[in-house]
Design a protein around this ligand. Sequence first.
Ligand code: EAX
Length: 331
Amino acid sequence: MHLMELKTLARRLAGTVAVLTALLALPAAAEELKAGYSLPATSHYGVGVTAMAEELAKLSSGKWTVKQFPANALGGEREMVEGAQIGTVDIVATSSGPVGNFVPDTLITDIPFLFKSYEHAHAVLDGPIGQAILDQFPKHGLIALAWGENGFRNLTNAKRPVRTPADAKGLKIRTMENQVHMTAFKTLGVLPTPMAFPELFTAMQQGTVDGQENPIGVILGAKFSQVQKYLTVSQHVYSPALIILSPSVWNKLNDQEKGWFKQAALAGAKAMRKKAEDDAANGIEELKRQGMEVVTDVDVAAFQEALKPAYAEYARKFGQDKIDAIRNYRF
Ligand code: EAX
């Protein structure tokens, strides 16, 4: 080999070594997590997941990034929870709606008129009762990092203004795939039609169902004013949300990293609650502008009276003591 060739070879090798050294000095590539939810990126779920991602990046010095899949891109809430179980979805921000089918202990939180206020709901869910429910998730193949919020649900329909249970009777109303909600609506004499959220807009457009019920932020985000004329501010049930993590992610974490995920999820839940509550406070005016006729003088006492047989069923199912412990929780 000529001297010139040797020199060229040496230069090339030196260059390769320099590149390799630079590569090794780079931090490990961030791991991307897939997060799914049923509403647009601008919704309370989007705001919550963004806050969680930012906190996680800060705590872990960028070890994880979060790619968001809003608006049912990964399927309905039940499908996304299944995805978390099998590891095809990493993070799910979901209403408690379908979660009772996986973790039955969550169902008690879906009882109508159980929580009197946001403060009441937060105190129960963030306290020992809520924690005991979160602790049930691992044995059902899921990790629940924090309680978030969907909000107080309100009835909408395309047929008539609803103030009383008599007005609601006979309406065909989509419910979530949740036994506690279905029992309540059946008891009220409406025709409950359980259906996954992604199918709901079309079902209302085509008249397969007359109406549905959801928090104001959801009604706005999903553009239901395009297919629903009447909004009843019934606030008939508080709808919690959950930030769920796939065990396929959780089981690889060390204790410090688990702490980061929990802390990040709590920051996400806080931001989610704030956005859901801001939407509930400001969104009704926007829905009016979009053409909805709004009933605010709802006969809540009559609805509670009409629900009595459902409450008897819940007492048999969950135990009156457990229900009272939530209803009378001091905060
Ligand atoms: O989580 O299915 C529902 O009505 C939920 O409230 C909605 O997907 C937001």
